[in-house]
Design a protein around this ligand. Structure first.
Ligand code: HGY
Ligand code: MN
Ligand code: MN
Length: 455
């Protein structure tokens, strides 16, 4: 009698493209972690390479030709007629499906990974279906940006937004992005080769867990994204004086950690009074000894809002609070912005296609499919610079994410597979080839806007 648990004992591997296959692949990817006791896979790490290799094999199983691009993203592609085709082939615009393969520390197994594996499964389901466009699947790297502080690095490379100033950013061990690039086998001077021409893209459609409580609260398995919150990230530095914990009376202290603690609680107070979100995720203290008054505290700040203006207004209030606390406590307050991405509105045709797909998969009407704001950031924020963006959201248990308790129900994954496939077919149905769009625009009489005479 096997000692396996009494649940279903499966002796055969699930068929590619099925819900079981998708769930198993997400389990598989947890093996590629820098830690034995938790899931962590950061940009340009050995685990990043191993994860890409595993995903590349699954892409090939799904009938895609594959390639790693100049920024370390893994791509798969089939031509409009369904035959495998080299990724980034010019002259045949492609719809891109996918998500990211990197994780936060002590991550869940679905944030990002589920979207990549679902995209591969959809490509498999459509491998014998001719489409009016090519289909590509991407596993982006460095969406989280935890190693070097800058998020969306892989999708910024794809969308031609790589900033050379990033090369000198360094990780916690002092390894610069440039050094890590070279160690990974990439050529910093060639990163521009990863940029895609907007003319070669039909759109970017990502499936992702909601990372919030809304779908579960509404007892809905799926929804579409209306807008992705714009984010800004900072490193805030409070500098006081490191002194003897015994010999320094309070009247003479310039304690950087106590000042930072006041700032952290003030940040929460200010944010709670708005509809934006502020999070201090990490604080590092120097010199960090039990009997030394902290001379320096470095905090990370993550800001995101329903509107960029609201988010930016909150930042101004936080910066003012930092200056006030510094003055009161005789310390200095400095800040450096490490990441900024604008809030991103998903394109109407992408939202409509996802709503149609969800309706088909759940037996409802497109008008009844829920559209949600995403406070979580996604690669679509970068891809919006070069193509239309859409997102399919899946319910996740208790809204938990960025935590090993991240969980999705297989039934919801099955519904997502059907909805994602139907959304691609809907985009195919409404697709107008670019040259025809240009022709139609040339033929349509110029629209007279009030007060403007047609020339
Ligand atoms: O931080 C975020 O919102 C995303 O998970 N990278
Ligand atoms: Mn995440
Ligand atoms: Mn994510």
């Amino acid at each position: 009698m096997s000692d396996l648990p009494a649940t279903e004992i499966r002796t055969t591997a699930p068929e590619i493209g099925t819900t079981e296959w998708v769930m198993d692949r997400c389990d598989d990817l947890t093996r590629h972690s820098s830690r034995p006791d938790a899931l962590e896979r950061v940009y340009l790490s050995p685990e990043h390479s191993a994860g890409n290799t595993a995903v590349q094999a699954w892409m090939r199983d799904a009938g895609l030709d594959t390639e790693t691009d100049a920024a370390g993203n893994i791509w798969g592609r089939r031509a409009a007629d369904g035959t495998p085709q080299r990724p980034a082939t010019r002259g045949e615009p492609a719809l891109v499906l996918g998500s990211h393969l990197d994780t936060v520390p002590d991550a869940g197994r679905y944030d990002g990974m589920l979207g990549v594996v679902l995209a591969i499964a959809v490509a498999h389901r459509l491998r014998d279906t001719p489409l009016p466009f090519a289909l590509e699947v991407v596993g982006f790297s460095a969406e989280e940006g935890t190693r070097f502080g800058k998020a969306l690095l892989g999708s910024c490379a794809t969308s031609g937004q790589w900033d050379p100033a990033w090369w000198e950013t360094a990780d916690a061990d002092g390894v610069t992005l440039r050094e890590a690039f070279v160690r990974f086998g990439l050529v910093p001077e060639r990163v521009g080769d990863a940029a895609r021409d907007p003319a070669d893209l039909v759109g970017y459609l990502e499936a992702h867990i909601e990372q919030g409580p809304v779908l579960e609260a509404r007892d809905l398995p799926l929804g579409y994204v209306t807008t992705i919150a714009g984010a800004r990230r900072f490193v805030l530095t409070v500098t006081g004086e490191a002194r003897h914990a015994g010999g320094t009376p309070f009247s003479r202290r310039k304690d950087a950690l106590v000042a930072a603690a006041h700032l952290v609680t003030r940040i929460e107070e200010l944010a709670k009074a708005t509809d934006s979100l502020a999070t201090v995720g990490d604080i590092r203290v120097q010199p960090g000894a039990v009997n030394v008054i902290p001379g320096r505290a470095e905090l990370t700040l993550d800001l995101r809002g329903r509107t960029d203006a609201g988010r930016d207004e909150l930042w101004e209030q936080i910066a003012a609070a930092g200056r006030d606390i510094a003055q009161e406590r005789g310390v200095t307050f400095e800040f450096a912005e490490t990441h900024r991405a604008p809030s991103t509105a998903c394109a109407d045709r992408m939202k409509a296609a996802v709503a149609t797909g969800v309706a088909e998969a759940t037996g409802t009407s497109p008008d009844d499919v829920l559209g949600l704001w995403s406070p979580a950031g996604h690669d679509g924020m970068a891809m919006d610079a070069v193509t239309d963006v859409g997102m399919l959201f899946l319910r996740c248990r208790d809204g938990i994410s960025h935590h090993p308790d991240e969980h999705v129900e297989p039934e919801d994954v099955g519904a997502a597979l059907d909805a994602y496939t139907a959304a691609v077919l809907e985009l195919a149905r409404v697709h107008v080839p670019a040259p025809l769009v240009a022709l139609r625009q040339a033929q349509d009489p110029p629209v007279e806007t009030p007060g403007e005479k047609a020339r």
